[in-house]
Design a protein around this ligand. Structure first.
Ligand SMILES: N[C@@H](CCC(=O)N[C@@H](CS)C(=O)NCC(=O)O)C(=O)O
Length: 201
């Protein structure tokens, strides 16, 4: 059975949601990202030398890392779940475009907020993120999902990264982002993953 290494609420929540949507059998193993120990007292660096989640151990025990790769793997293994359009279809590249944007522009822009001890660096990162939130809010005003007409792997990742905005104090309101978040959060697979990660109120 596949095993997803995750940390509660981290970017690996994306793949947790997608696995719940896929209908595939899987198990999860929690990782403490500070100590790099798993809940079964294993040294996580022996599984993934980068020490990062998400990490997916496949049925044949091969290790797959990186958000973009694992999300596509889950989607392509379960076409009936409609998590990404097939190769050659225009919608696929819209989804990959947004998936890349979330990974390289949005996710990484949070870095100083989580890691820096210098307030000026945090403030600069917040300013960058506010501009991105404003642009996302404008895009989501008249659409249900970020890339295509239906939910895709890009929406799962976007939802997870936008959840983190709660740690930023005094953000302006973004009504279209709020509606998007509610729409995604109401999906049964999202509820299931949140519950399994102990993130339900
Ligand atoms: N490039 C990696 C980045 C993954 C990443 O940033 N994971 C974070 C959690 S959201 C993590 O494991 N941080 C711990 C660390 O970097 O030591 C990917 O896209 O999968």
């Amino acid at each position: 059975m596949m095993r997803l290494y995750y940390s509660p609420g981290a970017c690996s929540l994306t793949q947790h949601i997608l696995l719940c949507m896929s209908g595939m059998e899987f198990s999860v193993e929690r990782v403490d990202l500070k100590t790099k120990q798993t809940e079964h007292k294993r040294d996580f660096r022996e599984v993934n030398p980068h020490g990062q989640v998400p990490t997916l151990e496949l049925d044949n025990h091969t290790i797959l890392t990186e958000n973009i790769a694992i999300a596509q793997y889950i989607a392509d293994k379960t076409p009936s779940a409609n998590l990404i359009a097939p190769v050659g279809h225009d919608d696929r590249y819209q989804t990959l475009s947004w998936l890349s944007y979330v990974a390289t522009e949005l996710h990484k822009a949070y870095g100083p907020i989580f890691k820096s001890s210098v307030q000026a660096e945090k403030d600069a990162a917040i300013k960058v993120l506010e501009d991105k939130f404003q642009a996302l809010d404008a895009r989501l005003k008249d659409r249900k999902f970020i890339a295509t007409e239906s939910f895709t792997i890009a929406d799962a990742y976007l939802y997870v990264v936008l959840r983190w905005r709660k740690i930023i104090p005094n953000l302006p309101s973004y009504p279209a982002i709020d509606s998007f978040m509610q729409r995604v959060e109401s999906l049964p697979a999202v509820q299931q993953a949140l519950k399994q990660e102990g993130l339900m109120a």
